[in-house]
Ligand binder design. Structure first.
Ligand SMILES: Cc1cc2nc3c(=O)[nH]c(=O)nc-3n(C[C@H](O)[C@H](O)[C@H](O)COP(=O)(O)OP(=O)(O)OC[C@H]3O[C@@H](n4cnc5c(N)ncnc54)[C@H](O)[C@@H]3O)c2cc1C
Length: 491
């Protein structure tokens, strides 16, 4: 071999081994946000051989996962992804007793089980049943909950608020107060909520009895799962609040204070209000920027009140309890935290109203109302823990709760990557937003998308609003026909 050929061969071999090296190079990802979604992406990518760095702004991981040390979760049928991870980390959910599975009611300060209410206030129960039936009719009109905008009628539902629909149902006052409370506890204030969103969510859970919603207790709460996942992630930086993300041709740089982290891809698993505070280059699309300003988040603040002894007498304030006084859901916490504990959720506008108050003032306001229901409560009170998600800049609300018109504009917007940045978080899950299940599913989806992008595959777009095909006009416009269910609704 001549010297020239030898040199050429060396160059080729050198070139080949560099290519081989590049091929074998461990792919890298930065996950921003250490809630359930970010943790899921991190463990899934790591399991596929990726080098992952998780950046969390707070001193500890877990994000919005519950304050309750032992929270109620749904059944495995309802939350398959949650149970998949519980199994993986050998965490056991304990079956819940019946009185937790069925809702209770606090009416004029008196506690009623569903059966008691039926005996003593049948018109209220009739109202509750009428609401359930009407909502179920709406849910049944959605063939596929992944396509809630499939026809013109459903698109119209998106422009109607839940409050307007409830007015038309004309429920008796107590039933109306209890229904309002149920909706604001699960989602947000009825006046702020899209009717299509309520119907789509009812469609997702349709056919599963309500008793499946609180089928089991998770000892240690979802924090237990968060900790188990975090143990698997090799590199976690807490107190690392990301301020900027810059994408280049071959990778992404993420800024935390004066420190810069680089990787091939980023999973951005923070709630939308927190996302709005991160600078992105290139920028989000005009629609995404609009969505950041628009998309409604429900408000739900949680407080754990500790008493020296139970003050609720024989009432079984456990599970999901709705009061007609806007007090919110109450759970009697099993005495895991010592003494007698009560978890109170202040939701919707009741929580927003409290925004201007300090923590102690909020607790006092709740205690005053609680003392009316259960005299002596204030003397027995000994302490509290409070989580105010609406005031927390890293959350900006409890969870996504589409307002009127928002599904039409923003449906599945965040499942589309922005270059090398993929979005995760409960708000990006089309079926189970606002839940642990949704957060976990979104983390899995984001990890799979990152892997696809690395393999050079095109990701998305998922079916968008523009692709939804309008079908026949709703019954309301059909002249001479007997007025149907939808036309009554839209009158
Ligand atoms: C009051 C309340 C009750 C709930 N009850 C239930 C229930 O009973 N059942 C159920 O299934 N679900 C429930 N949920 C919903 C569930 O808790 C959430 O859906 C889930 O925890 C959201 O996880 P996530 O990872 O999407 O977001 P998060 O948990 O919010 O995680 C996002 C993380 O990103 C971090 N972050 C934000 N900005 C930055 C930044 N710039 N840099 C770095 N990190 C950043 C945040 O600190 C946070 O840790 C409840 C939620 C609330 C608020």
């Amino acid at each position: 071999m001549t010297a020239t050929w030898r040199a050429l061969a060396l160059i080729i071999v050198g070139g080949l081994s560099a290519t081989a090296l590049a091929k074998d190079k461990q792919p890298t990802a930065i996950v921003i946000g250490g809630g359930m979604a970010g943790l899921t992406s991190a463990v899934e990518l790591q399991a596929k051989g990726w080098q992952v760095t998780l950046l969390e702004a707070k001193p500890s991981i877990g994000g919005r996962s519950g304050l309750a040390a032992s929270e109620w979760v749904g059944s495995a049928k309802l939350q398959p992804t949650l149970y998949h991870y519980l199994d993986q980390y050998k965490l056991k959910a304990v079956p819940a007793p019946d009185y937790v599975r069925n809702p209770g009611y606090l009416v004029n300060g008196r506690y009623f089980s569903e059966a008691d209410l039926q005996k003593e206030a049948p018109s209220t129960v009739e109202g509750l049943k009428r609401f359930d039936k009407s909502l179920d009719d709406l849910a049944a009109s959605i063939d596929d909950p992944l396509k809630p905008l499939a026809n013109h009628t459903l698109q119209t539902l998106d422009s109607i608020s839940v409050a307007r629909w409830l007015e038309k149902l004309n429920l008796p006052p107590t039933a109306k107060a209890l229904v309002d409370q149920r909706i604001r506890s699960r989602y947000d204030e009825p006046s702020r909520l899209s009717l299509l969103y309520l119907a789509q969510q009812a469609r997702v859970y349709r056919g599963l009895p309500d008793t499946e919603m609180r089928a089991a207790r998770l000892p240690g709460g979802s924090q237990g799962l968060a900790q188990a996942m975090a143990k698997q992630v090799k590199t976690i930086k807490t107190n690392a609040r990301v301020s900027a993300i810059v994408q280049e041709k071959d990778g992404v740089t993420v800024k935390v204070g004066d420190t810069r982290y680089s990787a091939d891809f980023v999973v951005l698993a923070v709630p939308l209000p927190a996302l709005g505070k991160i600078s992105l280059a290139p920028s989000l699309s005009a629609l995404q920027l609009r969505a950041l300003k628009d998309i409604n988040y429900g408000w739900r603040d949680q407080m754990l009140l500790q008493f020296k002894k139970p003050v609720w007498g024989k009432s079984r304030l456990s599970g999901e309890v709705y009061s007609d006084q806007g007090l919110g859901m109450l759970w009697v916490e099993p005495a895991l935290k010592g003494g007698a504990n009560l978890l109170i959720n202040l939701s919707g506008d009741n929580a927003r109203l409290m925004q201007a108050f300090g923590d102690r003032q909020v607790v006092d306001q709740v205690l005053i109302r609680f003392d009316k229901h259960f005299p002596g409560a204030r003397e027995q009170f000994k302490g509290y823990e409070l989580r105010r998600y609406g005031k927390d800049a890293l959350a900006g609300g409890a969870y996504l709760a589409y307002g009127p018109g928002e599904i039409s504009l923003y449906w599945r917007l965040w499942e589309q990557p922005l270059g090398r940045v993929v979005f995760a978080g409960e708000h990006t899950d089309a079926l189970y937003p606002g839940t642990l299940e949704g957060a976990l599913r979104s983390g899995q989806r984001a990890a799979a998308q990152v892997i696809d992008l690395k393999a050079g595959k095109t990701v998305g777009p998922v079916e968008s609003v523009a692709e939804a095909k309008p079908v026949a006009a709703p019954e309301a416009s059909t002249k001479g026909e007997k007025k149907g269910f939808f036309s009554r609704l839209l009158d």
